[in-house]
Design a protein. Sequence first.
Length: 651
Amino acid sequence: MTGLLHSYGISATADRRRCGITGKVLQVSDWRHWHRRLFLAGAALLFLSLEAWARAGDGQRFSGGGGGWSSGTTIGGDGSSGVDIAYLIYLVVRYPAIGVPVLIVVLIVGYLKYQGQHRIETTIRNHNLQRHHAQRDANLAALQERDTTFELNAFKRRVQDGFERIQRAWAGGNIESVRPCMSDGVYERFNVQLELLRAAHQRNHMSGVQVDDVDVVAVTSDGQFDALHVAIRATAIDYTVDTHNDRLIHGNKRTPHSFIEYWSFLRKPGAKTRDTPGLLEGNCPNCGGAIKAVDAATCTFCGSVLNAGEYDWVLTEITQEVVWDVDRAVADLPGVSELRSRDADFNTQHVEDRASATFWRLIAAETTGNQKKLGRCASESFVAAKQHGMKTDNQGRDTWLSGVAIGAVEIQTVRREGAFDFAEVMVHWSASRENHPAAPTRSYRHTLVLKRSAEAQSVKHNLLASCHCPGCGAPDTASKNPTCDFCGTPLNTGRYSWVLDSIHNRLHSRHQRHVVSSVPREYTGRATLADKEVIACAITVMYADGHVDDREEMQLNRFARTRGIPPSELADIIDSVNKGDGASMAADSPESARELIDTMLAMCLADGHVDRAERQMLKNMGAKANLTDYDIDQLVKRKRAELYREARGAA
């Protein structure tokens, strides 16, 4: 007990204490010391136990409001009532005969209340998981009906072997050896990351890789491809050192690190599972020949395009756990149906892969100042605008882009404007961007706007070879000419393939205002004022506690998309809120305020939990709708109970 108290900086042996409430120095008996220790130890144990329960159930997302212990001075459940901690301490110290029993009752009631709220949140989350699992199982059954030889466990074993093989290739700096089993975007990702490490005189070590679990979490099909999204839970020793002096820059040389990544694999619907080794094993899935390290991703024996998805599963995306969203994997996106009516082979994965490859080339250009490869996938106007910004900051100093990592690449919308189609693709990434390689890492959100002629048609066999020539299918080269070295097809005009037209901030954080380049307004007045009010207030909710939760951000983005608010316009709203201009978009009528509250409640309760900052924002909005704080508390309880009943009814 003494050790536990000392761990909180509390001495259990002193005879005199200064009471922080009365300011008097008290002579306290051993009996009172025992009760004080009981209280402090009980409080400490409760804090520790509640934190442990929260970590197990919600990815270490432990918040004061909405259950258990608050972060302020009360012990309460939903913010509507609470017990003053200072007064409770005073009772225990000065009147232990009253205070200790009260403390015990408070601890028991707090524990029971937390357990009840935790059960509600867990039930709501489990209901969402069960819904996704049912959809996954139905789609998997449809896949097995088309391919009767497909066996899930065998596929998972192949993924595990392929994962370990790719990790070995990465550690050896020889990513070309596994080039054929991945799309152009994934290959560009690995290739540029190795290039950045070499430029920064750094080397990444990854050893002791152990795959703990492989689970297929989502199965989709859009006509062009079947997709299997796989959660890989693994452990490895992962660290980065300076190549000059072997100084540790990041990671730990001795302690294994556990992580979860989501790997997405695509294959044409007509492909069949074979009983011979394929791409993940290093063999051509068509003729069975051993694959040699080739940049063209073409079989040297039969000439098949290996990463086209015609014969076997191809790795097309790697998403980090913190930004993975199963709803995004199965979502219908605005504008896709209209574009497919003109281009039957259009595929969103092709655009995401192209955007990923382009982004990595942009990163390489920013780091090295060499933009010859960028010029083959970006418009002339974009490259011209970037000429003066490469590798230097606004004071002209050399800058680093160190530790660059992409969390996710997500297509948001597709639309037609005049002679061109435009696709907006969100990139979640992180890096240190300073004038020294050991600078702190920051997270960024940027939207890449790609364009292509509205008359262009997708090339069916090049959908996953997104950097190959759309004319002859030849692989990209290191040439600085914006035309194909083999057939002369122009690569940077958007006439035949998607090119980067502009890029801008997705989210302006309080700590980060970096803008890669400005984007002209391409949308006008598609959303109503009420829609913008909801978004502005929701953004205020997310910023209320000083940070942005990735799941809340993705919920906001999906809500904006369904209301016709594109990412560029959403970024303008975010900027207005951050600059303090959001008040102009506040609700100006009780009716619109009630709509805002209802919508915000649904967003806040996506995980069954409303924290203190969110609750306060709801109460501020409630005042505009002539609702008292008590009314808001009751709305939260009723809405949560409604979601809980819905989840239990579906169980």
